[in-house]
Design a protein around this ligand. Structure first.
Ligand code: DC
Length: 216
């Protein structure tokens, strides 16, 4: 049987990863995976269980024990926690503040790598994150890295009603020791500061169609 195809879509915060990953997945008939949501779910679970965020060992231990299982919800692969997907809870400011700390724990990244690779059991994927092309699926031939100017990204976040220190977030994501945000080897870098989501996704979709056709 043919191996599932994985499109890795990495990039900075507010660079349009989610919107574009969903558009590309829909156009190609692939499944969509938001790996940030998985880290957010663990951060929410840590807050629920009152695990101290400065205790790496306790976070890693909770991650090893939590009952988290993958499900395909209409083409979105999601991580359910005790049979529940905390859709609203993972977007609160408390969870957003906790997630970079949780995502920097090496034991967490090890667990996530296994779970995220396991998503391929469901079929072809568009997986968005920070280390998909560099660490989760380094073997994939299809890697994209999205970026936009800090100004433009701040405007996009503000339009969503979110006030966030993006420069600080980028710094934390890029400077952590475990699987930092980086441009994966062979990734096509797209600066979409002056592009709409439709333009960005069309570029990826057209290139993917050509490459898939050429590969037979
Ligand atoms: O994309 P997002 O804002 O939902 O991501 C939430 C946090 O998780 C962010 O601090 C970066 C981190 N993250 C990560 O370290 N690796 C990923 N593959 C996805 C997200």
């Amino acid at each position: 049987m043919r191996e599932p195809i994985v499109i890795a879509l990495d990039g900075t915060s507010a660079s349009g990863k989610s919107t574009n990953a969903k558009l590309v997945a829909k156009a190609l008939g692939y499944l969509y995976v938001d790996t940030g949501a998985m880290y957010r779910s663990l951060a929410w679970h840590c807050l629920e269980k009152r695990v101290a965020l400065d205790n790496e060992k306790a976070i890693a231990s909770l991650c090893r024990r939590w009952k988290a299982a993958l499900r395909n919800d209409d083409g979105h692969i999601r991580l359910y926690v005790d049979g529940y997907f905390p859709e609203k809870e993972i977007r609160t400011s408390e969870t957003s503040a906790a997630v970079p700390t949780v995502a920097a724990v090496p034991g967490v990244r090890k667990w996530m790598k296994i779970k995220q690779r396991d998503c391929a059991q469901f079929g072809n994927l568009v997986m968005e994150g920070r280390d998909i092309g560099s660490n989760i699926f380094p073997e994939t031939d299809f890697k994209y890295y999205l970026n936009a100017s800090l100004d433009e990204r701040a405007k996009r976040r503000a339009a969503d009603g979110v006030d966030e220190n993006l420069a600080e977030r980028d710094k934390r994501d890029s400077q952590r020791a475990a699987a930092p945000l980086m441009i994966a080897l062979g990734a096509r870098v797209i600066d979409n500061s002056a592009m709409t989501a439709e333009e960005t996704s069309t570029l990826i979709i057209n290139e993917m169609r050509e490459r898939l056709e050429a590969a037979g």
